[in-house]
Design a protein around this ligand. Structure first.
Ligand code: AMP
Length: 240
């Protein structure tokens, strides 16, 4: 869903510098939903490593076969696999001016390697936005999450239900639940987040490029908060 660019006084033509945005937060924090919105608004690609890996699993590629059992357990896929996949993706022309990472980096080695890649590709420090959400809200978000099997639009039966149960409002696609959104697997994914990904907040805070939003707020409110951060990052001329 597009958000009017004039909400932020930013538009694709105003993203003149190279912009690497990172959305950091646990499963269910709303990173994907917001990344889609900001991606439409700024015309920057939304790079979800989870989506890339699920696509590889569906296509049955070598990488997909390797990742499948790891993802099914709720563990993290090894750094070198994810990093190789991301490096390849960044070579595509749509990434020249910038991108929004959702679900990457997830470990300190991934973040360190990303710094190197960004430097090599002429980017400055990434702008990292951490989504803060309380555990009860996260659980409800993950348990209620349904995704369109055609366009990938996500719904939540508690917060943002489709008009017709089980059917996507946009394209009539069947809504499906992710197999790793089952409670037992979600527990593992939260544990992996606490142990391996949460230290990234300190890493980026130490580098002076961490901002936070209240990811538990209503979806439009979160988008407005992100817009405010982007506006501040853009400075007085409105150019990022
Ligand atoms: P997500 O859709 O972001 O929740 O990711 C789904 C699953 O894909 C995770 O539970 C991991 O198994 C795997 N995954 C996604 N991104 C990464 C990453 N950056 N590093 C390691 N594993 C990842």
């Amino acid at each position: 869903m597009a958000v009017a660019a004039n909400n932020v006084n930013l538009s694709p033509e105003k993203v003149t510098a190279k912009l690497a945005l990172i959305f950091l937060g646990p499963p269910g924090a709303g990173k994907g939903t917001q990344a889609k919105r900001i991606s439409n608004e700024l015309n920057l690609p939304h790079l979800s490593t989870g989506d890339m890996l699920r696509d590889a699993v569906t296509r049955g590629t070598e990488l997909g076969l390797l990742a499948k059992p790891i993802m099914a357990r709720g563990d993290l896929v090894p750094d070198e696999i994810v990093l190789g996949m991301v490096e390849e993706r960044l070579k595509r022309p749509d990434c020249t001016c910038g991108f929004i990472f959702d679900g990457f980096p997830r470990t300190i080695p991934q973040a360190e390697k990303l710094d190197e890649i960004l430097h090599r590709r002429g980017f400055g420090k990434p702008l990292v936005i951490e989504f803060m959400v309380n555990p009860e809200t996260l659980l409800k978000r993950v348990a209620g999450r349904w995704t369109c099997s055609i366009g990938g639009e996500t719904y939540n039966i508690y917060e943002r239900a489709p008009k017709v149960p089980g059917i996507c409002d946009n394209d009539g696609g069947k809504l499906v639940q992710r197999s790793d959104d089952q409670p037992e697997i979600v527990k593992e994914r939260f544990a992996a987040y606490q142990k391996q990904t949460l230290p990234l907040a300190d890493y980026y805070r130490g580098h002076g490029n961490l901002q936070t939003v209240d990811g538990g707020a209503e979806v439009n409110q979160v988008t407005r908060a992100l817009n405010e951060i982007l506006k501040r990052a853009a400075g007085s001329d409105g150019h990022l």
